[in-house]
Design a binder for this molecule. Structure first.
Ligand code: XMP
Length: 512
């Protein structure tokens, strides 16, 4: 196992992800975690992350002495490298030649860290982001590579197995960075690489049991991948101490509510409260046209209904959420532990602020694709594990203008046909998200011998890796015309179909 000490970098979780991808178990601890616990953790190697501080500042975060006392290999990344040098007798300076973005390093010497990837004399692309740099090496270290802005881009003390890199091997812009980290965990630290998601499942189950004890846990279930995986995992850990609350706001896609209920009650035997609150939500949204007011209304009602249901249970000690790493803005506080804020956008319920319960968030270290792997490990059906993301406010934000039951029904029918065609063409998994939008306009058409004056809809399909940016999915024209033909023929009230060809940015994925 590998211990990652976090000095507050935005990309520390990517280090963990690369280590897991190399089949090695790891944990991320804040740099100021109790040093006495480090030896107890028994790491085979320690990675020191980057961070926003400067080692030249008074009170800059320090590497605990235990890290070097253990005698295990250490890899310092960016701030981690600088702190290591400063603490072991080298020197660090702020320099006007800052490096941000792509840079090239020139490899001067071979090193165990570079075995099989970069040879002496090679010029390799890396991703830099630093203002400070090491200017004098501590005793025992050699320079393995240089860059225009960093005389010590890679450093090594092969005897003590201490390494430092000024660049970020964990990001994709350093093409061989994952291989470098793998060299560290496997060749240098001697990890075998036989850790799998099954191992993560077992460990998380132990952690959940330890956190929850005999307490009661409630979990908001939406039918999406994240809350589903969290619920099944927690249920494996604590069985009927878990109750799931599924607030059906009436703005789900066709068949979704039924699927949630049959899957979780029927297949997994999970205690599930299914509250059909569609009347409440749809009535409250009548006449509301402003997107932000729609979102806020839904968020507020969601909390109210959830709260009501939780009260009927007599309360609970813990609230479980399927929060993923990208939903969490985690930063190391230099006085306490990591502090956490959840984007209001994702956390539709806003539950933690209003309900005084401790959070259980077993997925908070994972990325979406890792959650899917875990879901398969837990035997959750592919129809849920592989499902496209769906926004908390549901179809309400796919009907610009005010919503009502009739519009929701029309939209559901269009959406179903679009997704059927995508599945039939074998494209579902190649697309990040695909859905229909019901437009607040009527247009003239001709059907049979008659004139129509009906609704128009838009189809949207994008590819993305994290939802932050997105590209339009390039369907062929045959697919689009076939799908449009089915929609106008099969959905009464729709006589025109358009395809949204806007990428993000400048568009967003959803229309509201
Ligand atoms: P946008 O429209 O901002 O969407 O490009 C990015 C991703 O986030 C989803 N989304 C939401 N998810 N609650 C959610 O849980 C929301 O309020 C919400 N709004 C947008 C959207 O579907 C896409 O995957």
């Amino acid at each position: 196992r590998i211990l990652i000490l976090d000095f507050g970098s935005q990309v520390t979780q990517l280090i963990a992800r690369r280590v897991r991808e190399s089949g090695v178990y790891c944990e991320i601890w804040p740099f100021n975690a109790d040093p006495a616990r480090i030896a107890g953790f028994g790491p085979r190697g320690i990675i020191l992350s980057g961070g926003p501080a400067s080692v030249l500042d008074a009170g800059a975060p320090r590497i605990p002495n235990e890290v070097f006392a253990l005698g295990v290999p250490v890899l310092g990344i960016c701030y981690g490298q600088q702190a290591m040098c400063a603490q072991l007798g080298g020197a660090v300076e702020t320099h006007e030649h800052q490096e941000f973005g792509r840079a090239h390093v020139e490899v001067l010497e071979d090193s165990a860290l570079l075995r099989g990837i970069w040879q002496r004399g090679a010029r390799e692309q890396v991703w830099m982001s630093h203002g400070d740099r090491v200017t004098r090496l501590p005793p025992g270290f050699r320079a393995v590579a240089v860059s225009p802005g960093a005389p010590f881009a890679i450093i090594a003390d092969e005897g003590r197995r201490l390494y430092g890199v000024q660049f970020h091997p964990e990001v994709v812009h350093t093409p061989h960075g994952a291989a470098l980290l793998r060299n560290f965990t496997h060749d240098v630290a001697g990890c075998r690489g036989n850790w799998t998601m099954a191992g993560f499942r077992d460990l998380e189950i132990e952690r959940i049991r330890a956190q929850v004890g005999k307490g009661r846990v409630i979990c908001g279930l939406s039918g999406g991948v994240d809350s589903s995986v969290a619920a099944v995992l927690i249920h494996e850990a604590i069985g009927d101490q878990l109750t799931c609350i599924f607030v059906d706001h009436g703005m789900l896609r066709a068949g979704e509510a039924e699927e949630v209920v049959t899957t979780f009650r029927g297949r997994f035997n999970i205690r599930l409260i299914h509250r059909d609150a569609s009347d409440l939500f749809i009535d409250a949204l009548a006449g509301v046209t402003d997107p932000e007011i729609k979102r806020k209304t839904i968020g507020r009602l969601f909390i109210e209904v959830f709260d009501e249901e939780a009260k009927t249970l007599g309360g609970a000690d813990f609230l479980a959420q399927g929060t993923l790493y990208p939903d969490v803005i985690e930063s190391v506080s230099f006085t306490g532990g990591p502090s956490v804020t959840i984007k209001s956008h994702h956390n539709v319920g806003g539950l933690p602020a209003t309900m005084r319960m401790q959070l259980v968030e077993p997925l908070r270290e994972l990325f979406k694709d890792e959650v899917r792997v875990l879901g398969r490990e837990l035997a959750i059906p592919e129809s849920i594990v592989g499902r496209h993301p769906f926004p908390g406010p549901g179809l309400a934000i796919r009907i610009p203008g005010d919503i009502d039951r009739e519009k929701l029904d029309v939209l559901r029918k269009v959406d179903t046909i679009f997704l059927e065609e995508i599945r039939a063409a074998g494209l579902y998994d190649a697309i990040w998200q695909a859905f229909a939008v019901l437009l607040p306009v009527r247009t003239v058409g001709v059907m049979g011998d008659g004139r129509t004056y009906d609704r128009a809809c838009a189809l949207r399909a994008v590819t993305s890796t994290d939802g932050m940016t997105a590209e339009v999915y390039p369907f062929d024209m045959g697919f689009l015309t076939r799908t449009a033909g089915r929609i106008v023929n099969e959905v009464r009230g729709v006589n025109r179909v358009t395809y949204d060809i806007t990428s993000k940015p400048p568009g967003t994925i959803e229309w509201e």
